[in-house]
Design a protein around this ligand. Structure first.
Ligand code: ADP
Length: 624
């Protein structure tokens, strides 16, 4: 339970957003309300069986990335590829408006022209490339698809911080994040917090690490069963390095664990299975929420207002020895269920096997569910999970980008997989460091003929997340705001969800026209060159070049709610001390004298006496 202000307060601001989203959903489509998870799952007639899966790639790659071949290397070596000025820009990087020079007719420099565009290196973006390109185009920034000799403002990596050597700017990955969110590391990090704050961290299923804790697992299960013979648990075994449901299986008893050699070579987490999930259309589903870790120090967390809900494709039954192996009933992974004959691709965001989370909230609210409370619990879960991850992340960060050395600053979009229990309590399943940002899916047009087709639901959610992450990270934001002070206000008041729909619609239409041009062999209008009318408005002295954008879909939750959660940041403070000490020694190894000094400093630090310069924790130390 939250201390300080009541937990419900947390969702107060969110309510307006969530309700607006659900109203928009309502206006968008007439959604059938499900009175108690009854009825058949909606099924699109004539849905065809998708192609068999190709073996999954290792999970260091992007989640959901299994069937993507690596991008071909650039045609020019990066060092030779001259950064071409965009067609909408002057050679010196300033905006160029068709038929105009960079000087206004009055001879004064054009205000729009005097701001250079933000530059983004997308050469390592891999499967996020399509969504990233659309985002950059919407922002009218400058993309460098093959890298650039000069530094870029933002580097977009598809896999990890180390995809490329960067010494400046901002990169969309934190060092160590992939390691931190692996199943075993995440379980360990959450367990540390469960030991300190058991009630606050009861959103994560009880887990054991295999093979190390196999005996402990057996003993603890036996102990509980002895005390309560009616307890008939189910457990889920998940390989540490697995993703997309790979290697996962359910068991009823510890003796069912497949020990034969594999556990040594493939460590795993065994976890209590949540037997009573919330069902919609009789189906189990989970939620993919996008969370932006904007900064570690100070801690800044944003949550996307909408996410995705991924549905199972076989009606759910509580686990029994008969159905334990029914993966389409128990596992919600898109990558698995797409291979079920029951998978429904839908053009609507509120039907089919992948839907927006807002459409689920709309259904729930129309059945009388308090969606404010659901959001509030989800926000708490996200903040607490990030708090569990930050101590080690800070140590990784320090070792990769030591203070005082040149290096980029980092931000990262994380994919939180959350299950709602029947009683609506959210449960954390896992965190993905590389959530899939693909905006298309494979469809079998005729037997054996496959094509990648745009996925509306993916595009609606993911492009907004990437675009608005870029907007929040915009290094020229302050400069732009000082150019347009009167109009750079919160766009919330000026844009209705309808305008968002319209911009999405325009996007679809522009995509269609691109496809049509390609089919007809017509030359394409330059993607870098925004429509003349848009630029014309931007060229007016006081026009805001961002005015065409919808309101930001990412909402800050930390430090906004810091007061309610700072008492949980105990280990975080220890990490600050540890790093501070290492900063003095300049080494990652602590000798005995160093350790003595460290433990001498810890108590003072935990009381708030020793804090890193620039740390925001001055008020944090006093736990309520
Ligand atoms: P992966 O990285 O392979 O996707 P997950 O931890 O996300 O592994 O698990 C895969 C799926 O299994 C989830 O999407 C969810 O449907 C189901 N699942 C995982 N853990 C649990 C659990 N503790 N209780 C119920 N279902 C679970």
């Amino acid at each position: 339970m939250l201390r300080g202000s009541p937990e419900r307060e947390l969702a107060a601001w969110w309510e307006a957003e969530a309700v607006a989203a659900t109203k928009a959903q309502a206006a968008k489509e007439q959604v059938r309300v499900d009175p108690g998870a009854a009825g058949e799952p909606e099924r699109k007639a004539g849905e065809e069986q998708p192609k068999e899966p190709v073996p999954a790639t290792p999970c260091a790659a992007e989640e959901g990335d299994a069937r993507i071949p690596p991008r071909p290397p650039p045609t020019l070596p990066v060092s030779l590829a001259k950064p071409e000025p965009a067609s909408g820009l002057c050679p010196h990087g300033k905006s160029r408006i068709k038929g105009r020079s960079c000087k206004r007719s009055s001879g004064q420099p054009d205000e729009y022209c005097s701001l250079r565009p933000v530059t983004v290196d997308s050469s390592k973006a891999r499967t996020s490339l399509d969504a990233l390109k659309i985002s950059i185009r919407q922002l009218r920034w400058k993309e460098f698809p093959f890298g650039r000799r000069l530094p870029c403002d933002i580097y977009w990596h598809g896999v990890s911080f180390h995809d490329n050597d960067i010494f400046s700017g901002q990169v969309n990955k934190f060092p160590g994040m992939t390691e931190m969110v692996r199943k075993i590391t995440l379980s360990r990090a959450v367990r540390i917090m469960q030991n300190l704050f058991p009630e606050e961290y009861n959103f994560y299923p009880r887990s054991w690490i295999l093979p190390d804790e196999f005996q402990l697992f057996v003993a603890q299960v036996r102990m509980v069963k002895d005390g309560d013979p009616s307890w008939k648990p189910t457990f889920i075994v998940k390989p540490d390095s697995g993703c997309q449901g790979d290697g996962i299986y359910l068991i009823k008893d510890p003796s069912d664990i497949r020990l034969s050699g594999t556990l040594q070579s493939r460590p795993a987490v065994v976890q209590e299975y949540i037997c009573k999930p919330l069902l919609i259309d009789k189906l189990k589903f989970d939620i993919r929420l996008y969370v932006l870790l904007k900064s570690l120090e100070p801690l800044e967390i944003y949550i996307a207002k909408d996410g995705l809900s991924r549905f199972c494709t076989e009606p759910y039954q509580e686990p029994s020895p008969k159905n334990l192996h029914h993966i389409f009933m128990h596992l919600t992974n898109y990558s698995l269920n797409i291979h079920s004959g029951n998978f429904i691709h839908s053009d609507s965001t509120s039907t089919g096997s992948k839907r927006t989370f807002s459409s689920i909230l709309y259904r729930l609210s129309s059945k009388g569910v308090d969606i404010k409370k659901v959001w509030s619990d989800i926000i708490s879960l996200v903040i607490k999970t990030v708090i569990a991850l930050t101590p080690e992340l800070k140590v990784f960060y320090q070792s990769d980008i030591p203070a005082g050395r040149p290096g980029p600053t980092c931000f990262q979009i994380l994919g939180f997989d959350i299950l709602l229990m029947k009683n609506l309590k959210p449960i954390l399943l896992e965190v993905n460091a590389n959530p899939s940002m693909r905006i298309e899916h494979e469809q079998e047009l005729s037997p054996g003929v496959f094509e990648n087709v745009p996925s509306l639901v993916d595009e609606e959610v993911k492009v907004a997340v990437i675009r608005d992450t870029l907007r929040l990270m915009d290094p020229l934001k302050k400069k732009r705001e000082s150019h347009f002070p009167d109009i750079c206000m919160d766009r919330k008041d000026r844009f209705s969800p309808v305008s968002e729909r319209m911009s999405s619609l325009k996007l679809q239409l522009s995509k269609l026209s691109i496809v049509r041009s390609q089919l007809l062999g017509k030359p394409l209008a330059s993607k870098e060159n925004p429509p003349h009318s848009d630029l014309a408005s931007a060229s007016r002295g006081n026009a805001n070049p961002d005015a065409h954008l919808p309101s930001i879909c990412l909402k800050q939750v930390f430090p906004k709610y810091a007061k309610q959660f700072n008492y949980l940041r105990l280990v975080d403070r220890m990490a600050n001390l540890f790093i501070r000490f290492l900063g003095i020694k300049g080494t990652m190894k602590l000798g005995p004298t160093g350790f003595r000094t460290f433990i001498r400093d810890v108590p003072a630090g935990l009381r708030g006496g020793l804090l890193l310069p620039g740390s925001e924790e001055v008020q944090d130390a006093a736990a309520p």
